[in-house]
Design a protein around this ligand. Structure first.
Ligand code: ZN
Ligand code: ZN
Ligand code: FE
Length: 748
């Protein structure tokens, strides 16, 4: 009997394979199959050479693809045959900085069960250690300065591993094998409470929170402000200090059971809350939930998340009650993430700091999701999700940077078939957010080895992101710029995440939002577009009305009511009797009153009419609070005249009539939502038939509205259409950069 000759292959594995325990996995796999060889990282991913029997080598290559570690996303496995060398054993090599930098940095990940067990075990050397992590969990994107992903390129570079940690790190059989941020109480970051107290910082911090203190707590992507959720005085004090009059605060519950005492944890919610991404989930508040009124005024939902760092777990366990954990900033500034800056900015807001000495390299907010039919509907995409790429169904050709919009900016850098969306960066009119925007354009490019050749931007000439694109192209003549219409970008973002290519037939895009630069000199925001990735045609829209005072009408929704009502008597007119006639005259004059087809502004008008919101303190507030008022038992709707131009005025007139007849706010709010949804469905179904289209795509910030989204989707499905809704990127302007990239690439 002859022994078959050994074979040797070199395998390149691409995707999210660094910092996710891939090398230990490969090591274990090779040992299991009796193979010899080597494994290491290079800038493009993981490189393995194995040698042994042909069948074992084949099984090995198959397993790389079919059962990778939990956090890995294997995108490619390429193997080439090599002459056998007769080598024995398996060697794990260091990183080599050669070749293209396409290795992916993964997102920050919530503490895993194994690490939690160690943290709770009095016999473990990491007992109660707030920075325990391993290859399956812990900080990633927020601590990475550069690639390849190794400890030296992270903010853990300053912590030298102790002997036991180094032994784990170098042991291929250990869970912490090559876990770059690994550490322990002897060698890792230290928790401090400032001002300090007599005892353990954690117990002392919990004691102060229990007594009503506001503490700044350093998390993964920056500082939060914490206060116990049931302490009305403390919450009110925090709200006053933040100058954040009404925007809801996020809550952290120590466990799923604690969360269940606050909110209805319906289908999909437990999975979302407990996922490794650990987003804040907006869920219906339970009657009697022990939450101070000032946590989320005017809102029947609460934003809840579970602990996602060991520090949060320890603090929550010590405190024993849910606590507010809102971003550490004043009003609408970005979250503070640099220690000195945080100390300065939060000094007036917090009574103390629970902080540590592991630097945060990239500011990252908490992600926010709602649930739609049990699946995540992204509202804000940041920690836990970014910078994981959105896979594209086509190659973008020349690398593109999508510069995004203005208020909820995020940028998107794409090369090949991957689109890297930055975390939510915030409102660019804020200087700190604008700095983050500039940093992100450089950092994403460095991390993923992408140098954009084309800049895609909004058509709005005054958006700072548009100016950035045009200025940069002026300075770098090799750069091309491509303007992309705002609502086309919204629809394209939805198409791109659902695997559309430039060759696909057009769909009927429904883009409903607050504001976007139109192509006809009006402000768009209620658009029915016959759209593919490369082009679009406006085939329908909400009827235009003047926005009296322009931007002032966005801050003061009652002005939109005035634009609709004119001389019609109503309570909202009585509330603003002193300025009503002037605003109506302004609207009629057309002066400083740009016409708009925005659905957001229609919501504003109805919200003011019903006395829900006359003025707002944050974007979308009037619409959000109107949705909260919807009576779920109401079945009525408002019929409107069918046509390509949706008569929003008929809906307003129906509201006025019901109001005069004494119908309750909840029922009117429901009928308005239903009427708008039904009119949308009728128009889209008819247009789809007319243009021979079988698919509709819903996008734009208005579709964060769960009542509207469900009814439009259900109606279109009943009409036989396939309906695409955003599942990976927000339907808000936070997703628009992906659409810009897709449109731009499709055109080239
Ligand atoms: Zn872990
Ligand atoms: Zn150690
Ligand atoms: Fe928009």
């Amino acid at each position: 009997m002859t022994v078959p000759p050994p074979v040797r292959v070199r395998v390149h594995v691409g995707g999210i394979v660094q910092g996710v325990g891939f090398r230990p996995f490969v090591h274990g796999l090779a040992r299991e199959l009796g193979l010899a060889g080597s494994v290491g990282n290079d800038a493009a991913g993981v490189v393995v050479e194995v040698e042994g029997g042909e069948a074992a080598v084949r099984d090995f290559v198959l397993a790389l693809r079919e059962r990778p570690p939990a956090l890995a996303v294997v995108e490619s496995v390429r193997s080439e045959a090599l002459p056998p060398t007769g080598a024995r054993g398996l060697v794990i090599t260091g990183s080599a900085v050669t070749g293209a930098r396409t290795a992916l940095v993964s997102a920050d990940t919530a503490t895993c069960g194994d690490c939690l067990a160690e943290m709770r075990d009095p016999a473990d050397r990491r007992y109660r250690y707030p920075f325990v992590n391993c290859t399956n969990c812990g900080p990633r994107y927020t601590i990475v300065r550069d690639v390849p992903y190794d400890r030296a390129t992270t903010t853990m570079a300053g912590f030298t591993m102790c002997a036991p940690c180094a032994a784990e790190y170098h042991d291929p059989a250990d869970r912490r094998f090559h876990a770059q941020p690994t550490c322990c109480p002897d060698c890792g970051p230290t928790l401090v409470l400032e001002p300090g107290g007599p005892g353990d910082p954690l117990r002392e911090a919990a004691a102060r929170l229990r007594d009503g203190a506001v503490l700044a707590v350093k998390g993964l992507g920056g500082y939060h402000l914490a206060v116990r959720a049931d302490d009305a005085d403390a919450v009110a004090r925090l709200r006053a200090a933040k100058h954040r009059e009404e925007k809801p605060f996020a809550l952290m519950a120590g466990s799923l059971d604690e969360a269940r005492a606050l909110v209805e944890v319906g289908p999909g919610a437990a999975e979302a809350l407990g996922s490794r991404r650990a987003p804040m989930v907006l869920l219906p508040r339970r009657p009697g939930a022990a939450v101070a009124p000032a946590v989320a005024p005017g809102n029947r939902d609460l934003g809840v998340m579970l602990p996602y760092t060991p520090l949060h777990h320890l603090l929550a366990a010590e405190l024993g009650v849910p606590f507010v954990l809102t971003s550490g900033n004043a009003s609408d500034e970005p979250i503070a993430h640099v220690d000195d800056d945080a100390r300065e900015r939060l000094a007036g807001l917090a009574d103390g700091f629970l902080t540590h000495d592991r630097p945060v390299h990239v500011r990252t907010d908490d992600s926010v999701v709602r649930l739609h039919r049990g699946a995540e509907l992204p509202v804000r995409r940041a920690r836990g999700y970014a910078p994981e790429p959105v896979p594209l169904a086509f190659d973008v050709g020349r690398p593109v940077l999508g510069c995004g919009a203005e208020v909820k900016n995020a940028i998107c850098l794409a090369a090949g078939r991957r689109a890297f969306l930055s975390p939510h960066l915030g409102d660019l009119t804020n200087p700190a957010a604008l700095r983050s925007f500039h940093e992100a354009t450089g950092h994403l490019g460095r991390l993923f080895g992408i140098t954009p050749l084309v800049l895609a931007h909004d058509l709005h000439p005054d958006y700072l992101a548009t100016r950035y694109a045009l200025d940069r192209a002026d300075a770098e003549p090799d750069l091309e710029t491509v303007g992309v219409q705002h609502h086309h970008a919204h629809v394209a973002a939805c198409l791109a995440e659902h695997g559309a290519t430039p060759d696909d037939p057009p769909v009927l895009g429904v883009a409903y939002d607050g504001t976007g630069f139109g192509e006809d000199g009006t402000i768009w925001g209620g658009e029915l577009l016959l759209a593919g990735l490369a082009g679009h045609r406006r085939v329908g829209h909400l009827a235009t009305v003047p926005m009296p005072g322009g931007a002032a009408a966005v801050r003061e929704p009652w002005r939109m009511a005035a634009a609709h009502l004119g001389d019609v008597r109503s309570p909202v007119r009585d509330r603003h009797a002193d300025r009503w006639d002037a605003v109506v005259a302004l609207a009629r004059s057309g002066m400083a009153s740009p016409p708009t087809s925005s659905v957001g502004r229609l919501f504003d008008a109805v919200s003011a009419l019903l006395g829900v919101r006359d003025t707002v303190t944050y974007e979308g507030q009037a619409a959000i609070e109107l949705e909260q008022r919807v009576d779920p038992d109401e079945r009525g709707t408002y019929p409107v005249t069918a046509g390509d131009v949706l008569p929003g005025g008929e809906l307003v007139a129906a509201v006025v009539e019901d109001l005069a007849a004494g119908v309750g706010t909840g029922r009117i709010a429901a009928r308005f939502h239903h009427g708008l949804a039904d009119a949308t469905v009728a128009a889209v179904a008819r247009l789809a038939g007319e243009h021979g289209v079988g698919t509709a795509a819903l996008s734009g910030g208005v579709f964060v509205n769960a009542v509207l989204l469900e009814r439009v989707r259900a109606g279109l499905e009943a009409a036989g259409l396939r309906v695409l809704v955003p599942t990976r990127v927000p339907c808000t302007d936070g997703g628009i950069a992906l659409g810009q990239v897709a449109v731009c690439a499709a055109r080239m």
